[in-house]
Design a protein around this ligand. Sequence first.
Ligand code: TTP
Ligand code: MG
Length: 557
Amino acid sequence: MASKRASSRSPSPALESAHNSPQCPSKRTKSAPGILASHRIFILQAKLSHTDISEIFDLADSADADVVGSPDEADIVITAIGMRKRLERHIDWNLAVSVELSLASKRKALVTPDWLRDSVAQGSSLPCADYAALPDLNLKEEEHQDEKRPSSKSESRFTSLHGSLPPARSQSPPRAAHADVTPPAFLLPPPVPPPDVELDHTAHLCCSRPSSLIYVNQPLCAALDVLRRSRALESNERSALSYGRAIASIKAFPRTITAKERGEVQKLPYIGAKISKMIDEYLFHGHIPEVEEMRQSERFKALSLFTTVYGIGPTTARTLYDRGLRSLRDLEAYYEVDTGFTPVENNESPDLNIRIALGLREELMLTIPRKEVEAIHATIMDHLNTVEPGCVSTIAGGYRRGKPESNDIDIIFTHPNAKSAKNLCGRLVERLRSAGLVTHVMHLSGFHEYDALRTAQWDSLEKALTVYRTPNNGQHRRVDLICALPETYWTAVVGWTGATMFQRDLRLAAKSVGLKFDSSGLTRRRDSRLTFPRSEKEIFDIIGIPWVNPTLRNTDA
Ligand code: TTP
Ligand code: MG
């Protein structure tokens, strides 16, 4: 079934149509070369469609403007926002009030996109005052008020942002690492979360369907998930993905599937003949014979068990199985975790992470209640505060999707100053290690600088996958610490919120409009230009799909 979204859109990607628009000179034509060569422009993307964003970037290119990555670096901020309240969500108000609507004084200007369009059309840089984005702004008065109470204003604003947050289960408590340092508004969750829109359970992509944690067809999805996992354990990715898509489709179906619903279910996306037959079997027998057979399979049971150990993926699991191992005891012996037993075929050096995870497996298999997730997050942020005041963070993963218990804790953080954000993860881990809070670091990776030509693999995220030891009872927990640069903070939050199928389809949605999305950033495919989303919702806006509450992103079984 075609998606609502797909049918309501032009088949050609929005960015392409923007590029073909007469208003949109391509880089090659350079319709107004050099007219803005002395200007540093920041394009505030909120409230702009991707067609507009593409057009504005191209116009700026054609006029040789220097497009910068943050408003602080700019002489001119281009925005479609005309209200102070909205603007405050994206630009620190202290910066906004410093904006003066005249270039004559060599200060910043806050203008509408028409300033750029008209300047390029007329071949000269037009007066910014004629294109004021906030015409009613009484700058003199605002500046005067700021002079009188500079710090109290920013502090009270910070408090009210936090104080007004509703206690939504989906939102992790927002934290700034230091109460005296006010992070810019764009790094904080909006004071009022975006309203939930009604999502269509038959949408083609699961990132546009409502997928709640608790759902009516859970036993059927759990059965199909056995087959999905069995395919994944054999590295049959295509088949695993087909089951994953079918499960996500059934998950969003709002009524218990009965014989009466059969016809309707068959029309859902990704429900083909094979899955339909399995649903029929399920309705008739109360189970799916192939699933029951798989559940009894010695191979499936052993591979499933092995992959519960952190560090053991399907390939290692199969190798271990082929070597005759069947139980966790066998693994302990093989990796010499316990008795020093040396298996005959162990010619490899034991993998340290697997040994650690096996040694701690009984603790690491225990799930973590929300309260404890929050307590660990608070402790870690206190340490981060000492390392670098002014950071912000979000607890992502299953916690953010509303899970009452998580298998691990995923914390995303950044610092408003990109320079301070660099190597922050390494410094934090070192501190937690010295404090005896982190006992093992399973993986630590650093930033790879963004490279528009993509000559090398790049990653805007610094990651530390750790084992954390709670100070009160010495319980070991898996904690993933992810440090993003400010421009990739929200993509990291979205990426690490999951669930897996939701992310997969979000990437497809982005691709359909000429963009590339992953946790490390949102880029334009044709020239790898990195965008700077100012909120989580802005990512959805740019891609052109409705924002989905994290509690409705539970697309996996
Ligand atoms: P997980 O922490 O593996 O899963 P989860 O938080 O949904 O559930 P739980 O921890 O309770 O088992 O991953 C969280 C999300 O982060 C997941 O949707 C995928 C994403 N992710 C990455 O982007 N990169 C990674 O390396 C990992 C491990 C996860
Ligand atoms: Mg998690």
